[in-house]
Ligand binder design. Structure first.
Ligand code: SF4
Length: 111
């Protein structure tokens, strides 16, 4: 039984600070989490239908980390990430920045 209150997407798809109990190594996606769903036998057909999105460049990655998007970056990310809502909204962009920093933090010297 999954405790939905402990499910990562409940926290990484909205603004705010992550609860203390979410470990630094728990973050595994820019948005959401598919770890249990990817391993579920009932989802194997859906897993085969997934594809690779266009790469986000190193320059764009640095701009996301800085948290200061411009129209060009928002347009590019909206296309590359299939118009996922944070990239469409400058106001929601901090979610993307927070999540990327959380993803990279264990592997880098980000503060
Ligand atoms: S693996 Fe990810 S999606 Fe599945 S229950 Fe855990 S946090 Fe939620």
């Amino acid at each position: 039984m999954i405790d939905a209150g402990k499910c990562l997407p409940l926290y990484n798809e909205i603004e705010g600070r992550f609860p203390e109990w979410i470990g630094a190594d728990a973050h595994n996606a820019l948005m959401g989490c598919m770890k249990c769903q990817l391993n579920c036998p009932a989802n194997q057909e859906a897993v085969r239908l997934t594809g690779k999105l266009e790469d986000v460049t190193e320059e764009e990655t640095e701009k996301i980390l800085k948290g200061a998007p411009n129209k060009k970056l928002l347009d590019s990310l909206s296309r590359k990430l299939r118009e996922f809502y944070p990239t469409q909204s400058k106001d929601a962009f901090p979610i993307l920045t927070r999540n990327l920093r959380a993803l990279l933090k264990p592997k880098t010297d980000l503060p």
